[in-house]
Design a protein around this ligand. Structure first.
Ligand code: SF4
Length: 66
């Protein structure tokens, strides 16, 4: 049985990472480039702020997430 607190924790942890992290849609992803200019972008966007990422927003491969 999953308690309400455990369920909330699971949902929170899933919401913090970009769903594309496991399979980045483009070589332009911050987490793929990982050069000095991308590290801050990765830390900011690829975590909980992925909804703000222009790559995420423009990605046409949302079908892969379903
Ligand atoms: S947040 Fe943006 S850069 Fe990071 S993996 Fe997702 S789509 Fe790529």
């Amino acid at each position: 049985m999953v308690t309400m607190m455990e369920n909330k924790t699971n949902v929170d942890s899933e919401m913090r990472l970009c769903p594309y992290l496991k399979k980045p849609p483009t070589d332009q992803c911050y987490c793929v480039k990982l050069d000095s200019g991308s590290v801050n972008g990765m830390l900011y966007y690829c975590g909980r702020n992925f909804h703000e990422c222009e790559i995420y927003k423009s990605c046409s491969c949302t079908r892969d997430l379903k």
